[in-house]
Design a binder for this molecule. Structure first.
Ligand SMILES: [Zn+2]
Ligand SMILES: [Zn+2]
Length: 331
């Protein structure tokens, strides 16, 4: 019997009677991380890593019933053992391991293998069945180190000291990764859109080291942000919030900037390729390292990755239909 199946509410473990990242309200929801497509409102109990509590409550409301766990801490649901392990995706993100008798399944949530100073690095968890994401599951997606991309962002910012530099990026994870990487290059203050400011405070509370930041809304109206770097979520692009900045240079940081034409279509002057998801070599390497013989693939390019794993390595790999959305452009 499979340890995890797909129900209309989400990924379900019948023996333990819990869901993982359900997309409908359920009794017990184990949450890999607090991105919107993995953490939805309305469930009775949320179980997630202790370090993600602040962000999860910011997103779902402080009234939720929350049970925090440490990475690696064994929990028992009915007759099944469950533990959370670092996924290297964002602060507090976890893969969820379930064990029943001699069988082990791991649900990856979202993950990446590149170095990210703002969260714990991915851990390989050996298993029989691995449920992996495949947001960027095509061989065209290969990432350079995050520090290299953030150095390019720093150089872009420094290249125009007369105008504000507006960098758009996902508010939870991407922004804080950039702020953490920037400590290698500068200690100048960076300004943040309100949505990013609040999440960045949670990262500071969790002890993540980042360059100094201030909220744009705390600056006097007369302040011009000349030569400043400002981080904002993509939803603020071309919004009335932008009127505050006179003739800014604009850029977007996302894995999608690797797609030809994506920057121009979205109307940004520059695109920086920076993703919190595994690239193609990272996905393939990870599946191989888990030693899983059975692989279910979710998100994005699930068909392509499943076919490759079957043909190349003889694995029993197949796409799994879920409502996970991949790297969001919206916030
Ligand atoms: Zn995510
Ligand atoms: Zn996802």
């Amino acid at each position: 019997m499979p340890l995890i199946t797909v129900r209309p509410e989400g990924l379900y473990c019948e023996i333990g009677d819990f869901f993982i990242d359900p997309w409908r309200a359920v009794d017990t929801a184990l949450i890999t991380h607090a991105h919107a497509d993995h953490a939805r409102a309305g469930s009775h109990l949320y179980v997630a890593t202790q370090i993600s509590e602040g962000i999860l409550k910011k997103r779902l409301g402080s009234q939720i019933q929350f049970q925090g766990v440490e990475y690696g801490e064994p929990l028992k649901f009915g007759n099944i053992w469950v533990s959370f392990h670092p996924a290297g995706h964002v602060l507090g993100s976890a893969q969820i391991r379930v064990e029943y008798k001699d069988e082990v399944w791991v649900v990856s949530g979202d993950y990446k293998r590149c170095v990210d100073p703002s969260c714990a690095p991915f851990e390989v968890i050996p298993c029989h069945t691995f449920i992996t994401e495949a947001t960027f599951g095509l061989p065209i997606y290969t990432w350079q180190p995050g520090a290299t991309t953030v150095k390019q962002i720093y150089d872009w910012w420094q290249s125009d000291r007369d105008r504000p530099s507006l960098l758009f990026c996902y508010a939870f994870g991407k922004a804080q990764r950039i702020l953490a990487e920037l400590t290698q290059f500068t200690d100048q203050t960076v300004y943040l859109h309100g949505a990013i400011h609040s999440l960045t405070e949670s990262y500071r509370t969790a002890g993540v080291s980042m360059i100094p930041t201030l909220s744009t809304s705390d600056q006097p109206r007369s302040y011009k942000f000349k030569g400043d770097l400002i981080l904002a979520p993509p939803s603020a692009h071309r919004s009335s919030w932008m009127k505050r900045f006179s003739q800014p240079q604009t850029a977007f940081a996302s894995g999608w900037m690797a797609v030809r034409g994506a920057r121009r279509r979205r109307g940004y002057e520059r695109g920086f390729v920076l993703s919190d998801h595994a690239d193609w070599p990272g996905l393939v390497q990870t599946v191989r390292q888990t030693k899983a013989q059975q692989v279910y693939v979710t998100h994005g390019q699930s068909e392509a990755l499943a076919r490759y794993l079957t043909e190349q390595y003889g694995l029993e790999a197949m796409p799994l239909k879920t409502l996970f959305e991949g790297e969001g452009d919206i916030e």
